[in-house]
Design a protein. Structure first.
Length: 424
């Protein structure tokens, strides 16, 4: 078969293409393990499913769903499920691969996986949303499980959706399998601290990044793109540390205030359907102008491919904290590095979510639940240890934090691959 017919060939400017370039950049630092590097460029398994549901008006609608298990050398697959109208197999492949790197970077005993449905959940009733979730879960039920692949929330999915997934899987296996998904409601085997964990990790790694470049958080100006679970929590924690949130962009538009947006009022409004632009304590500007707002820290916490070369050239930020997965394209990465802008890459910056997912999974298996302080202390420790190790690697090889994170993670993944050996 011709190579460009393979499902692993990237389309131009795609997240999967970005990921493949990121892997190419780390190969020179892998030594003899580079022999195994092709394994990083090929998802282990990809499942495409049809998700038919009966809509409230009596019509039958079909949605396309995916679950990709990128790599399971170090443990069961782990990664969220995304509901979004732009979801494609190739996007889910990239997201699953970033989970492989992320779980290895923080040394969690997991591989990487991801799922998604091409659907706009904002156009579904609650009942339709439940049907889509349950049918999708049942369809991917042949490859997920508490010891094989554990889904979690991602863009547009939440604790309620995880409860439906857990229930559907449990009904199909004839028991209650709380460990099959993480990010569940608290009284269904969820963990304290999970909702805020990703934003908290962005703050912890960002605070350390700021310290290392001598940027005082007090008075620092921050622009946040994406104001969901990740962006809004990170913004709150930075504001508590004395920073000013000068710009916020969500799916409704962009709002700015050079004196700092009042988050105690903005966050409840941004959670409603009216979104951030209905907040009166700032000025609404066109979305494209978000990238021109003077700031010290930029937090992309929405979707992939947002920091393009052009945007990288003009940002005034000294520090970029990747709350989203894959927000920076490789060309922009190079421009930021040349301009001396420090990027804390997604695969460590937003790893707080999957780290507390791991705590949740461990708590479910032991049926013993920790208090929130214990969760947060352990989260901070894991994130800081991982980041410090990555920083040492970056200093040693004089490489960016992204390539250093890949070096640390890929060594772990490929070492496991080599030790396990090829079957048969
Ligand atoms: N969706 C989150 C991520 O991209 C969390 C995944 C998880 O908790 O498994 O890291």
């Amino acid at each position: 078969m011709s190579e460009n017919l393979s499902f692993v060939s990237p389309t131009p400017n795609s997240p999967w293409g970005t990921y493949l370039q990121q892997v190419d950049r780390v190969i020179p630092y892998l030594g003899d393990l580079a022999r195994w590097s092709e394994t990083l460029k090929r998802p282990k398994r990809a499942l495409i499913v049809d998700v038919p549901i009966e809509m409230d008006d009596g019509t039958v609608a079909h949605f396309e769903g995916y679950r990709v298990q990128h790599n399971m050398s170090r443990g069961p697959g782990k990664g969220g499920v995304r509901f979004h109208p732009d979801v494609t197999l190739e996007e889910v492949m990239a997201l699953s691969a970033w989970m492989t790197v992320k779980t290895a970077a923080v040394n969690l005993p997991y591989g990487g996986a991801k799922g998604g449905i091409r659907v706009d959940p904002k156009k579904l009733s609650l009942q339709e949303l439940e049907k889509v979730t349950r049918r999708y879960t049942s369809e991917i039920g042949i490859i997920i499980g508490p010891h094989t692949d554990i889904p979690a929330p991602d863009v547009n999915t939440n604790a309620q959706i995880m409860a439906w997934m857990m229930d559907t899987y449990s009904m199909n296996v004839g028991g209650t399998a709380t460990g099959v998904v993480t990010g569940k409601p608290l009284h269904l085997g969820g963990s304290l601290g999970r909702v805020k964990a990703t934003g908290r990790g962005v703050f912890v790694t960002g605070r350390e990044g700021a310290r290392r470049i001598g940027l005082d958080l007090r008075g620092a100006r921050i622009a946040v793109q994406g104001f969901g679970n990740v962006g809004s929590v990170a913004a709150e924690l930075f504001a508590e540390a004395g920073a000013k949130i000068v710009a916020v962009q969500d799916h409704t538009g962009t709002i700015v205030n050079e004196n700092g947006l009042d988050l105690s009022k903005l966050i409840p409004i941004a959670r409603t359907v009216a979104g951030a632009v209905s907040f009166k304590g700032g000025d609404v500007i066109p979305n494209d102008k978000f990238w021109d707002v003077p700031c010290d820290i930029l937090i992309p916490a929405a979707l992939e491919g947002q920091i393009t070369a052009e945007r990288a050239k003009k940002t005034t930020a000294k520090l970029v904290l990747e709350g989203a997965n894959g927000p920076t394209v490789p060309e922009a990465d190079d421009i930021l590095a040349e301009r001396g802008v420090l990027v804390v890459p997604d695969v460590i910056c937003n790893a707080g979510g999957v780290t507390v997912s791991y705590f949740e999974w461990v708590q479910d298996f032991s049926s013993f639940f920790w208090d929130e302080d214990e969760i947060n202390v352990r989260l901070d420790r894991i994130m800081m240890n991982a980041l410090n190790h990555i920083w040492d690697t970056a200093d040693k090889h004089k490489i960016t934090l992204r390539t250093a994170t890949y070096a640390v993670a890929c060594e772990r993944i490929l070492m496991a691959r080599q030790e396990r050996g090829l079957y048969p």
